[in-house]
Design a protein around this ligand. Structure first.
Ligand code: UD1
Ligand code: CA
Length: 450
């Protein structure tokens, strides 16, 4: 990695009207994290030493997300939307602090990889003043065109200002740009707005640098990496691209996906070796899966830690705060939340285990429910190691089932059960011989008489 200092300027002042959303565009999520988070994660991985984020007026929510991801990020407000160069200059105070390299990115371009940022920035170390990132979209309409001559970038022409010959160029401006830190302010301050949109175009930096006798170059990126998101349709396209990337990397790292296109990951999903994921599984944010785990079909996981050798599903739902130790088995139609289940314990069928701790080797029978909520507060259930809970039991929290205790089938447990005890909590069975037969006869008789 380069030892040159890097100031990253992320433009996030767009209004995102085409999203038709109350939420600012850059806070929409792709693979479980906001677009702004993706961009900041990429710049961090690319070695950002300082980060400036430019937001629109009143966008405290965007500012808060920026500082949640990069706590020392400087946030600047662009009060009027006068163009991309004007937006970068909103971060003037950060630019004045100086850096070897300055990298400008859009927060609505979430799929860019750190390697590409490194490639874009590399020419600055060789003396270039400006480097732009180009790509070849299927339809270049609306993009600025990169006018090149050999390795040199001659100009970036906005579509509205382009000649017919320039419009025929298929090499388009992705919007990401690297600028030499010592030149950036002098270049930006000379950008005017005498163009068809009346905006201050960052893209004019190329011609200004060249007029100074400095060099400008273009790097090339894959279309899939620089796709900007302006609408929900493009959001879904970005999601598809990222999911494909996450699936390929999971498989490359030793995970079996039986039907990859039906498995959905979050950007932060961590998977061990020899994990098997059956079809139709969704990983929400915050999931860590150990080696040799089997995730059967139709599971949904979020905020869960699975130790090696765990098996879940089919149809299991692991909610945040779930921690499954080695070899735990969670079966079909089981929901867990804020539950630590220790090694070898089994919850195999139709259960809800919430706000609970289950000791090693315990067995929760079908239909065991922790009644953790009284409509106002949540209460904890403690189940000791090796305890056996009979089927269809309601454990009314707060309650403790001792280690090695037995709870008889169909219990409603409202008070603690000591270690190694048996608790039976159901009404006694009553049998009346012949009652049903007599009942049917009486009903048939009554019907006949009308
Ligand atoms: C820009 C580029 C164009 C490129 C295209 C790629 C310029 C002049 N044009 O065009 O060459 O092909 O992106 O998508 O740079 N923004 C602000 N404040 C502003 C203006 C823009 O923060 O005052 C942000 C927007 O939120 C957005 C980004 O900058 O994230 C690009 O702005 P946009 O208006 O979409 O630029 P384009 O006209 O698409
Ligand atoms: Ca745009």
């Amino acid at each position: 990695m380069s030892d040159r200092s890097l100031l990253v300027v992320v433009l996030a002042a767009g209004e995102g009207t085409r999203m038709k959303s109350r939420l600012p565009k850059v806070l929409h999520k792709v693979a479980g994290r906001t677009m702004l988070h993706h961009v900041l994660a990429a710049t961090r991985a690319a070695g950002a030493t300082r980060t400036a984020v430019v937001v629109g007026p009143g966008r405290e929510d965007v500012a808060a997300e920026a500082t949640r991801i990069v706590p020392d990020a400087q946030v600047f407000v662009q009060t009027e939307r006068l163009g991309t160069a004007h937006a970068v200059l909103a971060a003037r105070a950060a630019l004045e602090q100086g850096a070897d390299d300055v990298l400008v990115l859009y927060a609505d371009t979430p799929l860019v990889r750190p390697e590409t940022l490194a490639r874009l920035r590399a020419p600055l170390a060789e003396g270039a003043a400006v480097a732009a990132l180009g790509f070849e979209p299927e339809d270049p309409t609306g993009y600025g065109r990169l006018v090149t001559s050999g390795d040199e970038l001659v100009a970036i022409r906005e579509e509205k200002d382009a000649t017919a010959a320039e419009k025929a160029v298929r090499f388009c401006n992705a919007g990401l740009m690297a600028l030499s830190g010592k030149d950036v302010l002098s270049i930006l301050d000379r950008i005017g707005n005498a163009n068809s949109k009346g905006e201050y175009y960052l893209t004019d930096a190329v011609e200004i640098a060249r007029a100074d006798g400095r060099s400008a170059v273009a790097a090339k990126a894959d279309v899939d990496e620089v796709a900007g998101v302006n609408s929900r349709i493009q959001l879904a396209e970005a999601e598809a691209i990222l999911q494909k990337r996450l699936r390929l990397s999971a498989m490359a790292e030793g995970v079996t996906l039986i039907a990859p296109e039906t498995v959905f990951f979050s950007a932060d999903t961590v998977l061990g070796r020899d994990v098997i994921v059956e079809p139709n599984v969704v990983f929400g944010p915050g999931v860590t899966v150990g080696d040799d785990v089997v995730i059967h079909a139709f599971c949904h996981l979020e905020g869960a830690q699975l130790a090696p050798g765990v098996s879940i599903g089919p149809y299991a739902r692991l909610r945040p705060g779930t921690r499954l130790d080695e070899g735990v088995r969670i079966g079909n139609f089981v929901e867990t939340k804020a539950a630590h289940i220790e090694s070898g314990a089994k919850v195999n069928h139709l259960s809800y285990v919430g706000d609970a701790h289950v000791g090693a080797g315990a067995n929760l029978g079908a239909g065991t429910i922790t009644c953790n909520y009284d409509g106002f507060s949540k209460y904890r259930t403690e189940i000791g190691a090796g305890a056996f809970i009979g089927v269809n039991s309601a454990l009314v929290a707060p309650v403790t089932i001792g280690a090695g205790a037995y709870v008889g089938t169909g219990a409603v447990i409202t008070s603690d059960v000591p270690d190694d005890a048996l608790a039976i909590a159901r009404s006694r069975q009553v049998v009346k011989e012949g009652w049903a037969k007599d009942f049917r006869a009486a009903r048939a008789d009554a019907k006949k008489k009308g």
